[in-house]
Design a protein around this ligand. Structure first.
Ligand code: DAV
Length: 366
């Protein structure tokens, strides 16, 4: 990689980690969000208490009041970011209620609420994730006009191979009740085709950590590894979440040398040796009760924060123990209301995707 590229130069697309000063970001939208129908891929990670929601609304739009309240919070997040000098882009709204037909299956769509899941920027390259839910097969097209603009402005652009998502893509024998057998984690995605969501990766400059999950398999990890420049190393990690999907409520960097961990899923012995000299900070328990049930995620959306720079971190305003902890560690948290977005399956990290952060490509591990 040339020195110019290592330093980002004047590139519009450039982001190497989670904490350098944010300059351009995509904020998702819940417009036209459609509730998926219950299926094995969804059941692998969705809390069982939430099944009634999918039984009642599957195939229909999310209830209007949910959309309305979450939209306001997303618009406010966009405004807060703009007030901090960050350029904010929003995806196009697709008709997610439209059923699509492939040679193997039919499905409606989901939403364009979580750009973090579908694309990631590594250096000057945008990577489109292939995804692992049928309802998300065409989701990336909500971002295509933006990506085409970024490409015209000099970005590199990698599109991972789309799986068929036919029966062979899923493990027919997978059961969420038997997610670990003889100490070996089981997943609903098979190893027959490439699968990954971008949110199973977390970037620390030249080192990128990734977990296998119910949407990310070994082939997916290997695909990313082989397509990145030699400057990058992709390290696989495994933690204690029995039903993993996306790493951004498990380990979350707060800045160079500071890693926040989920104390209920991460044993100290599971933290890779690279972090031996890092300060490990345990996230406080989520603040309950919630205004609404969480249909797609665990409670740990507490940890799903957005670092704006090495000082400022956007957090959900009710998460007071987290806010206090961040202050104790010298950060200046920026609390915003975001609880009405939670039932869509994420918080501010999921709802955004970095396009540009100022800074250079570095190694943060000795
Ligand atoms: O904690 O259930 C949610 C992260 C969504 N991107 C969890 C993972």
């Amino acid at each position: 990689m040339s020195k110019d590229i290592q330093e980002g130069g004047k590139k519009r697309v450039w982001s190497c980690n989670e904490w350098d000063p944010l300059e351009e970001v995509i904020v998702g939208t819940v417009e036209n969000a459609t509730v998926p129908t219950w299926n094995p891929a969804l059941a692998a990670t969705t809390p069982s208490h939430a099944k009634w929601f999918f039984d009642k609304y599957g195939g229909q739009p999310f209830p209007d009041d949910m959309i309305e309240k979450a939209s306001k919070e997303l618009d406010n997040l966009a405004d807060v970011l703009k007030s901090l000098g960050v350029t904010v882009q929003r995806p196009e709204t697709l008709d997610f209620s439209k059923e699509v037909t492939t040679p193997w299956w039919n499905s409606k769509g989901l939403y364009a609420a979580m750009p973090r899941d579908v694309l990631m920027v590594v250096g000057d390259t945008i990577i489109e994730a292939p995804m692992a839910w049928r309802a998300r097969y065409f989701e990336i097209y909500a971002y295509r006009r933006l990506i085409e603009d970024y490409f015209k402005d000099g970005s590199r652009w990698l599109v991972a191979p789309k799986a068929t998502m036919s029966e062979r893509f899923y493990n027919a024998g997978y059961s969420p009740e038997q997610a670990t057998i003889d100490s070996v984690r089981q997943f609903v995605v098979s190893e027959n085709e490439v699968a990954f969501d971008a949110a199973d990766f977390v970037r620390f400059g030249k080192d990128i950590f990734v977990q296998k999950s119910n949407v990310t398999n070994a082939m997916g990890i290997e695909w990313v590894r082989r397509h990145l420049d030699d400057d990058f190393s992709v390290h696989e990690v495994e933690f204690g979440d029995e039903h993993p999907m996306h790493i951004d409520t498990t380990i979350v960097p707060l800045g160079p040398g500071k890693l926040m961990i989920n104390p209920s899923w991460v044993e100290r012995s599971q933290i890779p040796a690279q972090f031996d000299s890092w300060e490990i900070i345990e996230a406080p328990a989520p603040v309950k009760p919630y205004d609404s049930a969480l249909y797609f995620s665990s409670d740990w959306l507490t940890m799903n924060i957005l670092t704006v720079d090495e000082k400022h971190i956007i957090v959900e305003e009710n998460e007071e123990p987290l806010i206090a902890l961040l202050k104790q560690h010298g950060f200046e948290p920026i609390p915003i209301p975001f609880r009405n977005f939670y039932p869509f399956g994420g918080s501010v990290h999921c709802a955004t995707a970095d396009i540009r952060r100022r800074g250079t490509l570095q190694s943060y591990f000795s």
